[in-house]
Design a protein around this ligand. Structure first.
Ligand code: BGC
Length: 763
């Protein structure tokens, strides 16, 4: 199917002929259209009522469709070749089917000849706190989507990382709703950019005559456990759901996300795919979502209750090729047609769902532009540069020498003082870019992937040796001056093979590094006892926080690399040797012990209660000191914070607070600093069992490239309406009129000497 074919369908035997209109008049001459666009279907789909040409065009198609054709729009895909998900095309009317493709660490498409750019996982990208960079990554992914001819990128994942053992923690942006929402929105805005409009801020934009890629935010909602994801019932009270598990999805809707994917799990009893409170009441009615909701693949839905609950498309799993979606669908397709025939489902709901889908197809240019096929353009140098930049900025330096004082620093390494570096660990010199589930993007061209060993070897002018296993064979690293231990989890794959340690469908069993890595650390520590000059640097590759208490005091450095994508080794070497000054700040709290976290229940229990508190909010509330606070990360320089200023000491409930702070580089090298603003609720009068958090993140900014001695003023704004809590008895969001505390500093650590405090009043 190519563009010409679609146009000929539209202009010839297709819709236009059917309506006696030319293809052009379908989209432009709305005055002559014999339809009232303000009909209830348009309203139900939250679409604009006032003569919107795209709505009109979608409505024309809807009116021309039989019931069976509408149900076909709601069912798909028909087949799944080579990890692609294709919805059937409606040949009669020339309406193409949606072509889906997974994300979110790049475009998942690959075959044996081509691959795509593999970015660091979202946990690493969130640790950059760089929204502009995330937007560029979204945009670069959209370009690759067009090169491989797909419409809908199944990303971003914005599920709350309420516990770092969650197998897909790596795919999401961390533990804080605000950071999750902002990063997700940046990705969406990038991925959904309009390629037909030149970007005035980007001198290199090409104005392409093509379709717009759609992002799909997933998984709505409370999808936070892998092992039992297919059936677990997440039990959340109203405040927890609305204040902790949903706000980042709302942010995605505000960013204009086209598609939302309903999760596998149940939420307060019902499966997400027929959860009326989540999909219909909140997402569609309250937030005004005008996109469409798809099910996760083969997620449990229901023929009778999914349409009123607001599920627009069923995505069944089909590994073979089916002649029609009516054979691959489980609960829509033929079952839905039969239920309609028996009067069990209201036809208005079918109209609404089909209109949402058709509108997305019109609005994003699917009817006028057939997907192209230029896969050799994937992995452009620009895209690889973005992968490298996000690896550099997302790695978090957690420990550097015995104390947090520059004179004791061990990193960066001085090449002149080192003769031999040993790089140790199962994944020291092999590809491990994260799990091999649905987010398994692949590079294919092995030369382009830089492993930790390759990165260090290429950068270091002395001798570098890589060892897969050393425990029990410590002579191997005995002669080294520096040992870099790569501690990494074995990626899980969808086959759920027993070797998988973390990933989709596989929660981590503990927060400890795998035993083989602990053995290597112990071996290096034993050698250091004989040779105190030996430097031990641990590089952790994990999707979520790890615990380090048992060995951290005996090693010299700890760098959290997450899974940093195809350029991981290059970025790692640049940081180790000081070509890049680390600026990443962790998007998750690192606890001292798993006992400090809420219970993670991935046993076969049906009901799992989710708490209002996790991460730094829990640590604050319980007065527990974390190993490394949320938002924490070291630099090779130091920063001093001063002159916290609040533009207006009193703000209205619907107003905006403006705060500025001076950040001075007081150390020896240029560095970038992520400045964080938290608001405190000590004066709250909410006295239910949760009360209000000690503080929550409400704004942040990256101060880029501050030279030694230089001061930069950082200005941040807070939308006061974001300070609201969900008042259960009033069934409404409510901003408390009171004095609020303000905390501005380098992390969530209230005891950090750089944490400045202030206050403001909301009246
Ligand atoms: C995952 C989704 C993914 C889908 C299609 C599911 O198992 O949960 O995130 O988009 O498969 O691959």
């Amino acid at each position: 199917m190519n563009l010409n074919h679609w146009l000929s369908l539209a202009a010839g035997g297709g819709l236009a002929a059917l309506l006696g209109l030319s293809a052009a008049s379908c989209s432009s001459d709305t005055n002559n259209l014999p339809i009232d666009t303000c009909d209830p279907t348009v309203r139900a789909a939250n679409l604009p009522c006032e003569g919107d040409a795209e709505v009109d065009r979608a409505l024309l198609l809807l009116r021309a469709m039989s019931l069976e054709e509408k149900v076909q729009q709601m069912s798909g895909p028909a087949y799944n070749p080579n990890n692609m998900f294709d919805q059937e095309t409606n040949e009669r009317l020339g309406v193409p089917g949606f072509l889906y493709m997974d994300g979110p660490r790049g475009v998942r498409w690959y075959n044996s000849d081509y691959g795509t750019t593999v970015y660091p996982v979202a946990a690493a990208r969130a640790s950059t706190w760089n929204l502009a960079l995330e937007e560029k990554i979204g945009k670069a992914c959209a370009k690759e989507m067009r090169y491989v001819g797909r419409h809908i990128l199944l990303a971003p994942t914005v599920n709350q990382v309420s516990h770092p053992r969650w197998g897909r923690a790596q795919e999401s942006y961390g533990e804080d709703s605000y950071l999750l929402g902002e990063m997700g929105a940046a990705f969406i805005e990038g991925a959904q950019y309009d390629p037909t409009v030149a970007d005035p801020n980007d001198p290199n934009t090409e104005v392409e005559d093509t379709y717009r890629v759609q992002a799909c935010v997933k998984h709505v909602a409370a999808n936070n456990i892998e092992d039992t994801r297919i059936h677990v019932n997440a039990v959340l009270d109203e405040r927890t759901l609305r204040e902790v598990y949903l706000p980042h999805f709302k942010r995605a809707v505000e960013a204009g996300v086209s598609c939302a994917m309903a999760a596998y799990n149940r939420v307060n009893g019902d499966y997400a795919c027929y959860s009326q409170p989540i999909l219909r009441d909140i997402l569609k009615d309250e937030w005004g979502f005008k996109g469409y909701v798809i099910s996760d693949w083969f997620a449990k839905g229901n023929t009778i209750s999914s349409p009123p609950a607001g599920l627009d498309i069923e995505l069944p799993f089909s590994s073979g090729s089916f002649p029609s979606i009516f054979e691959s669908a489980y609960f829509y397709g033929q079952s839905l047609l039969t239920a309609l025939g028996n009067g069990l489902v209201d036809e208005d709901l079918i109209d609404e769902a089909a209109l949402r889908i058709l509108y997305a197809k019109v609005h994003n240019g699917l009817l006028d532009h057939a997907p192209g096929w230029t896969p050799w353009l994937t992995k452009s140098e620009d895209a690889q540069e973005l992968a490298l930049q996000s690896a550099r900025e997302g790695m978090v330096l957690l420990k550097n020498g015995p104390a947090r004082a520059l004179e004791d620093d061990v990193l960066p390494l001085d090449m002149d003082e080192i003769n031999k570096i040993a790089v140790v660990g199962k994944f020291a010199n092999s590809e491990n870019m994260g799990d091999k589930g649905s987010s398994d993007a692949k590079v294919v061209d092995g030369e382009l992937v830089i492993t930790p060993f390759e990165g260090i070897r290429d950068a270091f002018s002395g001798e570098t040796k890589s060892y897969t296993e050393v425990a029990g064979n410590e002579d191997k690293i005995g002669a080294a001056d520096v040992v870099v231990i790569i501690g990494a989890y074995f990626y899980a794959d969808l086959a759920r093979s027993s070797s998988g340690e973390e990933g989709e469908w596989k929660d981590r069993e503990s927060l400890e590094l795998p035993q083989r890595d602990l053995d290597n650390i112990a071996a290096a520590i034993a050698l250091k006892a004989q040779n105190p000059d030996l430097k031990i640097i641990v590089v952790a590759k994990a999707g979520g926080a790890i615990v380090v208490e048992d060995w951290i005091d005996d090693v010299d450095g700890l760098l959290m690399a997450w899974y940093a994508g195809m350029k991981e080794g290059t970025a790692l070497a640049e940081i180790l040797f000081g070509d890049v000054n680390p600026s990443g700040k962790t998007c998750q709290t690192f606890p001292v012990s798993e006992d400090d976290l809420p219970l993670f229940d991935n046993t076969n229990k049906e009901d799992v209660e989710y708490d209002y508190y996790h991460g730094y909010r829990l640590m604050d509330r319980e007065g527990i000191a974390p190993q490394y606070p949320f938002g924490f990360g070291l630099s090779y320089t130091t920063f001093d914070y001063a002159n916290l200023a609040v533009a207006e000491s009193t703000v209205a409930k619907d107003g905006t607070l403006t705060v500025s702070v001076d950040v001075t580089n007081s150390g020896p090298v240029t560095g970038s600093e992520v400045v964080q603003l938290y608001v405190g609720f000590a004066n709250t009068s909410v006295d239910d069992k949760w009360g209000r958090p000690v503080k929550t993140l409400e704004a942040f900014a990256r101060a880029e490239d501050i030279a030694p001695g230089e001061t930069k003023t950082v200005t941040m704004t807070v939308d006061v309406s974001h300070l609201a809590y969900w008042n259960v008895s009033a069934q409404a969001w409510q901003v408390e009129a009171m004095d609020y505390e303000l905390f501005v500093g380098p992390s969530a650590d209230g005891n950090d000497p750089n944490m400045l405090t202030g206050s403001f009043t909301v009246n």
